[in-house]
Write a protein that binds this ligand. Structure first.
Ligand SMILES: [Ca+2]
Ligand SMILES: [Ca+2]
Length: 94
């Protein structure tokens, strides 16, 4: 029985929203308002908590990655890239 990619997936899923939030928030510098906004973003917080919980299993998951698991991860990774690009574009437009 191979390891799943649950933990790896959760880590990847946190990267896009976190990067997007930082890109949006840091544009005008970082201040208390940004800390408050990031901390009160419950969706982002849930994603980060999920990513951190069980993160120690990620190396094990990565070691026995199967083709099926890579196929499972690709759309998740793509989605993060889309999220980050959208945040960058929104910054440029602002
Ligand atoms: Ca996790
Ligand atoms: Ca800011």
């Amino acid at each position: 029985m191979s390891e799943s990619v649950k933990e790896t997936k959760e880590l990847v899923e946190a990267i896009g929203p976190l990067a997007a939030a930082l890109i949006t928030r840091l544009k005008d510098g970082f201040d208390v308002a940004d800390v408050v906004a990031l901390a009160s973003d419950s969706d982002l917080r849930a994603k980060i908590q999920a990513a951190v919980a069980g993160a120690s299993k990620i190396p094990t998951e990565a070691r026995d990655l199967t083709t099926e698991e890579v196929v499972e991860l690709i759309p998740v990774i793509s989605q993060q890239i889309v999220t980050i690009i959208a945040a960058v574009k929104a910054q440029k437009a602002a």
